[in-house]
Ligand binder design. Structure first.
Ligand code: NAP
Length: 252
């Protein structure tokens, strides 16, 4: 499919995991893709993978918790490829496991600044650009921890619940101006972030698998498929929605 031929897509956290898989999918469907994350080597690896497959991509070093960085990222995208049609606000960090009172203020601030404020900063800049373009589609990364409680991870859970609030609100605000805003809520997906949470403990991985009725963890491309569909014209009547891509985790 070439649903994004001639279009421009922006992916934050595109240097790894779910973001990388989604950047590859956008590019495979014809989009020019800009990847924004902090580690240049990782972002450039995604660019190389896209270019080796014949696609168009660029990296712009970005910390999404810094508004100026995000403004520069969106400006770079427009200057390089001439517009912005689709944005995947996906950069995120996890928190160390601890009961709510034991979480530190530093962790709380970091997680909220990246996972929540970063999404707001991104939408703030993208929506301005999309209004100038005449429309666009945005997908924000929430989580199953945006839908249900996740003991031991209060800052992360709070940030992901709030992402759904931002998503629904912006979707309603721009519903009649050609900008659709949605979210994706992944179950446990095999990425470096999940490796960090499991700390290489196979019993933890097996336990995570057991929580998914499908009997396994998800793959990054399974989230990418949902994100790219939400950004495509096939989802033209879908807005303000958080789609659970979770192997049935939240259906129980
Ligand atoms: P990952 O492989 O660790 O990727 C996270 C990405 O976010 C990296 O590219 C990282 O790049 C970037 N990032 C982190 N802090 C950033 C910052 N301040 N500014 C810009 N980029 C930043 O993790 P992943 O699993 O693909 O996670 C992607 C998203 O999915 C996250 O929002 C996560 O919460 C969510 N999610 C993941 C799972 C899961 O099971 N894996 C489940 C539900 C939701 P740099 O370090 O180079 O900046």
């Amino acid at each position: 499919m070439n649903r994004f031929e001639g279009k421009v897509a922006l992916v934050t956290g595109g240097g790894s995991g779910i973001g990388r898989a989604t950047a590859l999918k956008f590019a495979a469907e014809g989009a020019s893709v800009v990847i924004g994350n902090r580690k240049e080597k990782a972002g450039q690896e995604t660019v190389d993978l896209i270019q080796q497959a014949g696609g168009k991509a660029s990296f712009y070093r970005t910390d999404v918790s810094n508004l100026k960085d995000v403004q520069n990222l969106v400006q770079y995208t427009v200057d390089t490829y001439g517009g912005l049609d689709a944005a995947f606000n996906n950069a995120g960090v996890e928190d160390p496991q601890a009961m709510t009172p034991e979480q530190t203020e530093a962790t709380f601030d970091l997680v909220i600044n990246v996972n929540l404020k970063g999404v707001w900063y991104s939408m703030k800049c993208e929506i301005e650009q999309m209004l100038a373009n005449g429309g666009g589609a945005i997908v924000n990364t929430s989580s199953i921890a945006g839908v249900i409680g996740y003991p031991g991870h209060a800052p992360y859970t709070a940030s992901k619940h709030a992402v759904l609030g931002l998503t629904k609100t912006a979707a309603l605000e721009y519903a009649q101006q050609g900008i659709r805003v949605n979210a994706v809520c992944p179950g446990a997906i095999e990425t470096p972030l999940l490796d960090g949470l499991a700390e290489g403990d196979s019993a933890t991985i097996d336990y995570m698998k057991s929580l998914h009725p499908i009997g396994r963890l998800g793959k990054p491309h399974e989230i990418a498929n949902a994100v790219v569909w939400l950004c495509s014209d096939e989802a033209s009547f879908v807005l303000g929605h958080g789609i659970n891509v979770d192997g049935g985790f939240t259906a129980i």
